[in-house]
Design a protein around this ligand. Structure first.
Ligand SMILES: [Zn+2]
Length: 568
């Protein structure tokens, strides 16, 4: 998803909202749109919220025993959506393989939705609901390696409660039915039953959406045909040939028109409202160079068999896999704003680039726990700068990424506790990207850097990984112990500060890092701009000769995201 845009009205209007279940931070953030107002606002008094029940947090966030005892194989989600009643229902056939013998599994469906029945081998299963968890009990132990399938029948009604009533029923500007989903954070369980976590994904999925005749459903995967059901409804079938994380599964029901393109055999399909066709044809042309760019730097488009789609929606956008949703008003920038404030954002459509970047980092490479979501958002944001460098050159990219500095807060760590549904602060976007940019300066060899980037993607594509995996990968790839650097930027609130103490009479400067990580060490360029010297500071003082006075001595802060503290 994109970082939140500052428009409150849109913020309120756009659908899903994340309920942050982390015990410490219990705030609401728009799923499509994270925060930062560009101008600092006075701190607002937040209403006190009750701390969530630790049991609810564990059921939501932990990879508990009844999740860990099985491995998802496939979903076959078949549902009917009634726009008039704002209701929906159907069944999800959930196939999984047991990893150990057991007679219970945990599935999830928000308590606001109804469980109709759960069938297994022709009989209804017993189940217990606890918060949003549904514990399903089998009449016999399922053996290790046994493949089982349950038919989970459910129904729901739009509640209007943010983050709980997962399907948004609305109308387009002309007043026609427009129904969409966007559930990152709040969870796919707000509209269909599944195993609600990020560690385990199905290998593939079928999505069957029945809607009144005359409407079109655009979902993930490859269109597999439509069937007139004879009762005023038509079923639209989509086949997803790849692993998919739950929050990426998406419905987009409306009066869509379609046009298409191809890129070296990759199908590119575009869906928009009829009135916006000309604008869409023009604006969506940016998708092709975007895919070319990310294929060059990261690797082949991950979902070739499913194709690439852009689908117009009434909210800013979301990285729905192979059906990226788009609501950026067919204008460059982010909702017509210069997102990084340095003029470069207006050269491209922020939503097309950012949301599609997630096809590589987020959808193909997925964080196993949401505390590791910087793998999606830090990299997704960094990929904007990669795109700028590819299209407009290195100088623009440098300016673009440094434009993000004003959005960094450094108030809490990006990576928080595992298994607690810890949703990282917005620093995961901008600080995450500036950290990756700093990492490039540490590597200090562009050929090696781009090989490492492509290698990272290639190593972890279609996998669900943790921050630790990324650290190990870069340690192996560089031969440098980068753990203290990763830990300082991702697991501490503050960025490292380079302390410089000048003895002008003596013609020396002493330097060291001030950092929370006691073994923090990182090279940095400093001295005279254009003739930088490479310093290798640690947390211990070192001294070097310099003919530069305190005010003349500079540090290359465009390439290293650090603070600098100068004293005499
Ligand atoms: Zn994003």
């Amino acid at each position: 998803m994109p970082a939140r845009n500052p428009s409150r009205s849109r913020f309120a209007r756009t659908a899903a909202v994340l309920l942050l279940w982390a015990a410490a931070s219990f705030a609401a953030v728009s799923a499509q749109v994270p925060p930062p107002p560009d101008k600092p606002k006075p701190p607002q008094q937040k209403p006190a919220r009750p701390a969530p029940d630790p049991k609810a947090v564990a059921l939501r966030g932990a990879y508990g025993p009844y999740r860990a005892n099985n491995d998802l194989l496939s979903y076959d989600l078949d549902l009917r959506v009634d726009p008039k009643a704002k209701s929906w229902g159907g069944k999800n056939t959930i196939r999984f393989k047991m990893l150990k013998e057991d007679s219970r599994v945990q599935l999830d469906l928000v308590s606001a939705l109804k469980v109709e029945k759960i069938m297994f081998e022709g009989s209804a299963l017993a189940y217990t609901r606890e918060y949003d968890a549904v514990f399903v009990d089998f009449p016999r132990p399922l053996k290790k390696d046994e493949v089982a399938a349950v038919d989970f029948y459910f129904s729901g009604q739009a509640t209007g409660e943010r983050g709980r009533g997962g399907i948004s029923f609305g109308t387009d500007p002309v007043g026609r039915t427009w129904i969409t989903t966007s559930c990152q954070g709040s969870g796919a369980m707000t509209w269909w039953p599944n195993k609600e976590q990020q560690r385990d994904e199905v290998e593939n999925m079928v999505l069957r959406v029945s809607i009144p005749n005359g409407l079109t459903d655009v979902s993930n995967g490859r269109f597999a045909g439509k069937t007139d059901l004879g009762d005023g409804y038509t079923r639209w079938d989509w086949t997803i040939h790849y692993p998919i994380n739950n929050y990426c599964v998406s419905l987009n029901i409306g009066t869509y028109v379609h046009f298409e393109d191809r890129l070296d055999g990759l199908s590119m399909d575009f869906y928009c409202l009829p009135e916006d066709l000309d604008k869409a044809r023009s604006q969506f042309a940016q998708a092709k160079p975007m895919i070319e760019c990310f294929q060059k730097y990261f690797g082949p488009y991950p979902f070739f068999r499913d194709g690439y789609k852009l689908v117009q929606v009434p909210y800013a956008g979301m990285e729905h896999q192979s059906a990226v949703t788009y609501g950026n008003r067919f204008a460059n920038g982010y909702l017509e704003r210069d997102w990084t404030g340095v003029g470069i954002s207006l050269k491209f459509d922020f939503i097309i680039i950012h949301e599609s970047a997630h096809e590589w980092m987020g959808n193909s490479v997925t964080a196993a726990d949401i505390c590791d979501m910087w793998i999606h958002e830090g990299w997704g944001t960094y990929m904007e700068a990669v795109y700028v460098e590819h299209m407009f050159g290195y100088d623009d990219a440098l300016e673009y990424i440094n434009g993000y500095k004003g959005k960094v807060r450094n108030r809490q760590p990006i990576v928080g506790p595992r298994d607690t549904h810890y949703y990282p602060p917005q620093d995961q976007y901008f600080k995450g990207a500036l950290f990756i940019h700093t990492l490039r300066s540490i590597v200090d060899d562009d050929a090696k850097w781009w090989a490492l980037v492509k290698g990272l993607y290639g190593r972890f594509k279609y996998q669900n990984i943790e921050t630790e995996d990324v650290i190990r990968y870069f340690n192996d790839g560089t031969g440098i112990d980068l753990r203290p650097v990763f830990d300082q930027y991702l697991k501490c609130a503050a960025i490292p500060a380079l302390e410089l103490k000048f003895d002008e009479a003596d013609g020396t400067v002493s330097y060291r890092w001030k950092a929370d990580e006691t073994s923090f060490a990182m090279p940095v360029r400093a001295g005279r701009k254009g003739q930088w010297a490479l310093l290798r500071p640690t947390i211990e003082w070192q001294t070097m000769k310099t003919d530069l006075k305190k005010d003349e001595f500079e540090v290359d802060v465009e390439h290293y995201f650090i603070d600098v503290v100068k004293t005499i």
